[in-house]
Design a protein. Sequence first.
Length: 103
Amino acid sequence: MESIVGALFIAIFVTVIILAICWRFSRSQSLLTQWATQNGYRILKSENRNIFRGPYFLRSSEGQTVYYVELQDSTGRIRSAWVRCGGWWGGLFTNKMDVKWED
């Protein structure tokens, strides 16, 4: 009986971890897409940056995600930027976005 309870606990734990990772990815993509749409950009390419976070290296919390994006504005101009999703304290539970443009 104890082995069944242990196996059930491990299965629940693994499931929660997988769901948290899926939510994090989904929420980040949603924030990024919403930000781009509101500002008149079309996302051409986006790269999730977990280790090399560009200008946000050592300036972002674990609850935030950082993307390197290539965007096209309404005039057709293509620009690149680093986008940080989420707030320092609330992480992805907030709608905060921060952008550093590459020139």
